[in-house]
Structures are given as C-alpha cells and as structure tokens.
Design a protein around this ligand. Structure first.
Ligand SMILES: C[S@@+](CC[C@H](N)C(=O)[O-])C[C@H]1O[C@@H](n2cnc3c(N)ncnc32)[C@H](O)[C@@H]1O
Length: 313
C-alpha cells in the first residue's frame, strides 16, 4: 500500500481519554493499543521532556507505523506484543516498575478494517484472515476449516449474540465439505443466504464476523488479562482508562471495576470490618460516550464507551 493510500485512524474520545488519565507532566504511561498512534500523539503533546510512554500493539503494521512516524520521539518506546504481556513489559522497560496511567482502546483500527488483505471486513473481499497479529496464530480460514459445529455455534452465540448461530454453523460445516472458506465475501454470502431476517442498518454478517474475530484473537481473554495486570502495575492514584466498542467488552470492564471496588467475595458472616476489605480500584465519574459531533464526524466512534478507574493505595 502506498503511503497516500494508507487509511487513517481517527482516535476515539481522544481529548476525553487524555483528560481521564489526569496526566502528570513527568509521568510514565502505557498506551496498550497503539494502532496508528492517535492517542499516543495526544499524550506526548501534554507530557514533559522527562516523561516516558510505552506503546504496545500486536499488529506488525502498527509496529511499522510507529517505526516510521515516531522515530524521532525519544520519550516513546514501542513494543510489538499482545497487551496480555503488560506487566512483563512494564517490568522490563520502567525502572520504578509502576506507571501513572494505562490506556486501552479496544477493538480493531480503521486501517485493519479498511485493508481488504487483513480479512476483517465483509465489505471488502479479501483473504479470510482476521488475525490482529498476522505473523502468528491461526487465520479465520484455517479455523473455519476444522472447527467443530457445536463450538462454532457457541462462538457465534456468545461472541456475536447471533440469533441464528446454529443455522449458520450448520451451513458452514456443510459447505466446507466441498469448498473451503478462504474469502471474506464467500463467508458473507453464505451468512446472507441462511439468515432469514434483517436487522435495520446492519449487514447480516456483522455479528458473525465480530464473533469469529473475537475467537481468533482471543479478545476477551486478552482483555481480562490486561485489566488484571493494569491494577498491579499502576501506582496508587494512577488511572486506568478503557474504551470499549461492544457490549461484551464493556460488560467485562464494568464487572471488573465493580469487583475491584468491592474487594474479594468473602462470606458475609466473616468477622471483618468493611474498612478492612482490600479494594484496589475506585471508579471515577460516569461512563463517557462520544459527542453527537464526534459520532457524526467518525461513525466508527458511535458505539464507544470510556470507563475510568483509579488505583487505590
Ligand atoms: C482501536 S485500535 C487503537 C487505535 C489507537 N488508539 C489510535 O489512536 O491510533 C486498537 C488497536 O489495538 C490493537 N490490539 C487489539 N487487541 C490487542 C491485544 N490483545 N494486544 C495488543 N494490541 C491489541 C489492534 O491491533 C489495534 O491496532
């Protein structure tokens, strides 16, 4: 792809995310989802000379982008890795081993969605890949070639909340006996054929593509891991800011924050005063959503929800 054709990613809730991190000028921060560096650039703009920003992304294209566009930025250190390695990365790169803030902007970037060769979108025909890290793991095509019908139906139901999960899984398993699924349009066409009703304004393959993408990239396991580790690497008073894009992600974040605020689930009759229950986070403010102006400017921001929590001593 030429640089002129590189699709741009508009960082979602950017000013809100930076404000939510309550940036300390000399602090140490992690942008766990670098993408094309939109949030990273906004953070660098408010950080001082001695600050440190670690950026992570498991996408090799994001790594290339960081190397090309942020090469002169000595405060930034990019690591090509899944964010489930957050704690290790902080231990390796931050001398104090704690950070002042962690930002996690979930989901896929616009360049990932718009580049047909990545196979994320049913709107462009391309190889059925869907891996965020295209250099490792199993592609959607390889997974669909062997996955058990029941497991596939469960994935479509749990990760896509797809009503017709059984019907779609059965059709995929039947069709793959004579033609393997290798292209995005081939899969989208099958789903269009077997889904009997239409949701207004939504392609019938939307839910299934989301579900398969989540399964291929183990997105919910990754999210659970980064949340757990963020709590351990934040200094007291440090902020965790998470932007999610669908209800499965947001539910997980909301529950995690709630559980961390409540502390461990000890039996109610245990003779321990409420003040002694160890809680590690407190929620800051209400969930934030993009303004009408942002949603209009950037339709991909529409479903975003930003939640903030602060590490307690
Ligand atoms: C919504 S985009 C982030 C965009 C970025 N904030 C910006 O302003 O350009 C999400 C990014 O997170 C990355 N990502 C998603 N899950 C990841 C994971 N488990 N580990 C590392 N990176 C991940 C994706 O590869 C993608 O580049």
């Amino acid at each position: 792809m030429t640089s002129a054709a590189v699709p741009i990613h508009h960082p979602v809730l950017c000013a809100e995310a930076v404000a939510a991190l309550a940036v300390v000028n000399t602090g140490r921060y992690v942008d766990a989802t670098f993408g094309r560096g939109g949030h990273t650039a906004a953070l660098l703009a408010v950080l001082g000379e001695s600050a440190q920003l670690i950026a992570l992304d498991r996408d090799p294209d994001a790594a290339r982008w960081a190397a090309e566009h942020f090469v002169a930025e000595s405060r930034l250190h990019f690591v090509h890795t899944p964010f489930s390695r957050l704690a290790e990365v902080v231990a390796e790169h931050v001398t104090s081993a704690t950070v002042d803030g962690v930002l996690v902007d979930l989901g896929v970037s616009s360049p990932q969605l718009d580049d047909a060769d990545r196979g994320f979108s049913f709107r462009n025909d391309g190889p059925l890949d869907m891996r965020m890290d295209s250099s490792s793991g199993v592609s959607a095509a390889d997974w669909l070639a062997t996955v058990d019908e029941t497991e596939l139906a469960t994935v479509l139901r749990n990760y896509g909340e797809e009503r017709f999960h059984r019907r779609i899984a059965r059709a995929i398993v039947q069709d793959r006996q004579h033609t393997p699924f290798t292209r995005t349009w081939q899969l989208a066409a099958l789903i269009e054929r077997v889904v009997p009703t239409r949701e207004p304004g939504q392609h019938p393959a939307t839910r299934s593509f989301q579900a398969i993408r989540i399964a291929i990239n183990r997105e919910l396991d990754e999210l659970a891991a980064v949340l757990r580790q963020a709590v351990t690497v934040l200094r007291p008073g440090g902020r965790l800011v998470v932007i999610s894009f669908h209800s499965l992600e947001d539910r997980l974040v909301k529950r995690f924050f709630r559980d961390e605020m409540r502390g461990p689930d000890w039996p109610p009759d245990l003779p321990i005063p409420v003040q002694a229950v160890p809680t590690r986070l407190r929620v800051i403010g209400k969930p934030q959503r993009p303004s009408a102006a942002e949603a209009q400017r950037n339709p991909r921001a529409r479903s975003a929800v930003l939640r903030v929590a602060e590490r307690l001593p």
